[in-house]
Design a protein around this ligand. Structure first.
Ligand SMILES: [Zn+2]
Length: 271
């Protein structure tokens, strides 16, 4: 169980749903002028799987906060403090008081867009090392999310090495003509601009996953709903499931795998 309280989805469910969402996008665009070359499909799915863990950077026992050693633990504290401050500063009269920042700022559409835009900007202005950095961070997270137990049993350094070598190899593949560094954005200088998209998608899929769990998720912030600016979006209480429960392990995760497989096959025009 990831977060003790049992009120959030576990890492693997977030990562699998993220990857499935990207493969679904791949299927949706396969018949258009913007069909994804296979490296974009694969790398995008891995980035989305990693980015789908990122919003929990506001919680110290979440996978992402333990993924990069002292760096991510420090970042986690900064993000938690920042989130709590933003919550207090923008709280509507109907929003409850809270003691920490978990599931606030980093669990909103605006955060998803800002982080994705930041990554895109870095990718087009920062050159090869920026692209490698974005790939590295998200591939490490994808390994943590998708290979959850295996990643936990191996050392952090091994996972970082795996992330670094895969980032290097995949960037090399993407760089080949026709392999998709210029997917969707084709003008000169826009190579890798698309890298922000799987990052936005991953964060949004995470938020929706959290919304389906017990306490909902304030995805709409800062758009107010009634007297609440942090309105917890979610289905009616009776329809919410407890995370880590059998629904997640026995229903959701297999469904994400099947949907992801179908999406990937459709994206590559296998049928
Ligand atoms: Zn979360």
């Amino acid at each position: 169980m990831e977060l003790g309280a049992g009120s959030t989805m576990m890492g693997p469910a977030h990562s699998l749903s993220g990857a499935a969402a990207w493969l679904g996008v791949g299927a949706a665009v396969s018949a258009t002028d913007h069909a994804m070359p296979w490296p974009v499909l694969v790398v995008g799915a891995l980035i989305t799987a990693g980015a789908a863990l990122a919003p929990d950077l506001d919680h110290k026992s979440a996978t992402i906060s333990r993924s990069f050693g002292p760096v991510s633990r420090w970042l986690c504290e900064v993000v938690d403090t920042l989130s709590h401050a933003v919550y207090k500063a923008t709280r509507g009269s109907g929003d409850p008081r809270r003691n920490g920042g978990h599931r606030t700022l980093t669990h909103t559409w605006l955060w998803a867009v800002l982080v994705g835009a930041g990554a895109s900007l870095a990718a087009i202005t920062g050159g090869r090392w920026a692209v490698l950095g974005i790939l590295f961070v998200h591939l490490v997270l994808a390994v943590e999310g998708l290979l959850w137990r295996a990643a936990r049993m191996s050392s952090d350094v091994l996972v970082w090495l795996l992330g670094a070598t895969s980032a290097w190899i995949l960037a090399g593949v993407l760089d080949q003509p026709g392999n998709g560094s210029d997917w969707l954005f084709t003008a000169p200088g826009q190579e890798y601009l698309w890298l922000g998209l799987p990052i936005v998608l991953g964060a949004l899929v995470h938020d929706i996953g959290d919304a389906l769990t017990v306490s909902g998720c304030p995805i709409l912030w800062p758009i107010p709903v009634g007297r609440k600016r942090w309105y917890p979006i979610g289905p009616p209480k009776a329809m919410r499931f407890r995370a880590g429960s059998w629904v997640e392990l026995k229903v959701l995760m297999p469904v994400f795998m099947v949907l992801g497989g179908l999406g990937g096959a459709a994206a590559l025009n296998i049928f």
